[in-house]
Write a protein that binds this ligand. Structure first.
Ligand SMILES: [Zn+2]
Length: 371
C-alpha cells in the first residue's frame, strides 16, 4: 500500500491511495455492498457513478454464502464481478449491534446466527482470516465498539480490549492486503489518544475512527474529530467509519478525514429520499406528482438527464423496482460528485469557498472549525 498526500488546505487533504487492485483518490466515499452487492446497482453502474472502492460486510458474507465458499469460487472480486479495490469491515460492529445476544470475552465474541440459530464464536484471528478468504484489499482490525453513553471506566476497559485484539489481528494478518486499525475510546479524548498511540506502536497501514455516529451529539463528534485532527499522523490514510450525511462528510474532510462509508445514499434511496445540491428531497411528496423537472438540475447523472421527478414519484407509488434502482444510482452519483468537487476544491486551493457555497446552497449554518 502506498499513500501520498498531494494537496492540502489546512487539515483537509487530497491524496492518492495505491492498493493492490488499483489506486483510489481521496477524500473517497465507499458505497456499502452488504451482501456482495451495492443494492440496486450493477458493477457497471457503480463504475459510472465514479465509485473506485466499495465496502464488503464480513459479518453478512461469512454467514451467507460463507467466506470459505467465496474463497473456493475465486474470492469476492470474482464472485461479484468487481475488479477494483474492496475494503471489508471486521464484522465487529454488526456483532455489537446484536446487543444482548452477544457474549464478549477476552478470547472473542459468541453469538447465534440470526438466519439459522447456529452458534458462532468469532475471534480477532478468524475475523482477519475471513477477510483474507474474501480477498479484501483493506482488512479492518476486529474491535469492540464502545457503547454510547459510557462511563470513563467502561470506555477504558473496552478500548483496552480492542487494543489487545488489535495486536492479535496484526499477528494473524498474513497477506499483502492493507491493514487498518480502529481508534476507540468513546467520547474521552485521553482514551482516544492512548488508543491511537497503541495502534501506531502496532504499526497499521491506516487509521480508522470507530465508535462515532452511535448516538452522540454533533458537538461531541466534532470535539473528537478536532482533537484527533491534531494527533493523527499525516502519512497514514484516515477513515471515519459509518459517516454519513453530505454535511457530515464535508465537515469531517475539514478535519482531515480521507475515507467514508455509509448506507444512507443506498438505504434512503429505497425510501424515496434523494440527495441534491440543495438538500434532501422526498420524491413521495405530492408536489412532485406532476413535476417535469429532474431530481437535481445541477446533477449530470443519466437519471437526472432522462427522467422527471413525476416519473420517479410514480415508480415509487407503484412500488416498481426500477424506482429504487434509479434513485440509488442518482444518490451514489451525487455522493461521488460531491467527493470529486471536494477533491477539486482542495487541489485548486478554493476549499474555503467550497465550504461557504456548500452551506449556503443548503441553507445551513457553517459550524466553527478550521479554514
Ligand atoms: Zn442525478
Amino acid at each position: 500500500m502506498k499513500f501520498k498526500v498531494k494537496h492540502s488546505s489546512d487539515f483537509a487533504r487530497c491524496s492518492s491511495l495505491e492498493l493492490r487492485r488499483g489506486s483510489i483518490q481521496t477524500p473517497a466515499f465507499m458505497p456499502v455492498g452488504t451482501n456482495g452487492t451495492v443494492k440496486g446497482l450493477s458493477v457497471d453502474d457503480l463504475k459510472e457513478t465514479g465509485s473506485e472502492i466499495i465496502l464488503g460486510n464480513t459479518y453478512h458474507l461469512m454467514l451467507r454464502p460463507g467466506d470459505e465458499n467465496i474463497k473456493k469460487l475465486g474470492g469476492l472480486h470474482k464472485f461479484m464481478n468487481w475488479n477494483n479495490p474492496i475494503l471489508t469491515d471486521s464484522g465487529g460492529f454488526q456483532v455489537w449491534s446484536l446487543g444482548e445476544l452477544v457474549k464478549i470475552s477476552e478470547e472473542g465474541v459468541r453469538f447465534s446466527s440470526p438466519y439459522d440459530g447456529k452458534k458462532i464464536f468469532m475471534t480477532p484471528e478468524n475475523s482477519i482470516n475471513i477477510q483474507e478468504n474474501l480477498g479484501s484489499d483493506i482488512v479492518m482490525m476486529f474491535d469492540e465498539c464502545t457503547d454510547y453513553p459510557s462511563t470513563f471506566e467502561n470506555a477504558k476497559s473496552s478500548m483496552e480490549l480492542s487494543m489487545r485484539w488489535a495486536a492479535r489481528c496484526k499477528k494473524a494478518h498474513k497477506t499483502d492486503s492493507a491493514l487498518f486499525g480502529i481508534v476507540q475510546g468513546g467520547m474521552y479524548t485521553d482514551l482516544r489518544e492512548q488508543s491511537l498511540m497503541e495502534l501506531l506502536e502496532i504499526e497499521t497501514d491506516g487509521i480508522a475512527l470507530g465508535g462515532l455516529s452511535v448516538g452522540e451529539s454533533k458537538e461531541e463528534k466534532l470535539e473528537i474529530l478536532a482533537f484527533m485532527s491534531e494527533k493523527l499522523p499525516i502519512e497514514k490514510p484516515r477513515y471515519l467509519m459509518g459517516v454519513g450525511r453530505p454535511e457530515d462528510i464535508v465537515e469531517a474532510v475539514r478535519y482531515g478525514i480521507d475515507m467514508f462509508d455509509c448506507v444512507l445514499p443506498t438505504r434512503n434511496a429505497r425510501n424515496g429520499q434523494l440527495f441534491t445540491s440543495e438538500g434532501v428531497l422526498n420524491i413521495r411528496n405530492a408536489p412532485y406528482k406532476m413535476s417535469d423537472n429532474p431530481i437535481d438540475k445541477n446533477c449530470y447523472c443519466k437519471v437526472c438527464k432522462n427522467y422527471s421527478r413525476a416519473y420517479l414519484n410514480h415508480l415509487d407509488r407503484t412500488n416498481e423496482m426500477l424506482g429504487s434502482m434509479l434513485s440509488t444510482y442518482h444518490n451514489i452519483f451525487y455522493y461521488q460528485s460531491l467527493m470529486k468537487d471536494i477533491r477539486n476544491a482542495i487541489k485548486n486551493n478554493i476549499f474555503a469557498k467550497f465550504l461557504k457555497d456548500f452551506y449556503n446552497s443548503r441553507n445551513l449554518d457553517m459550524p466553527e472549525g478550521p479554514i
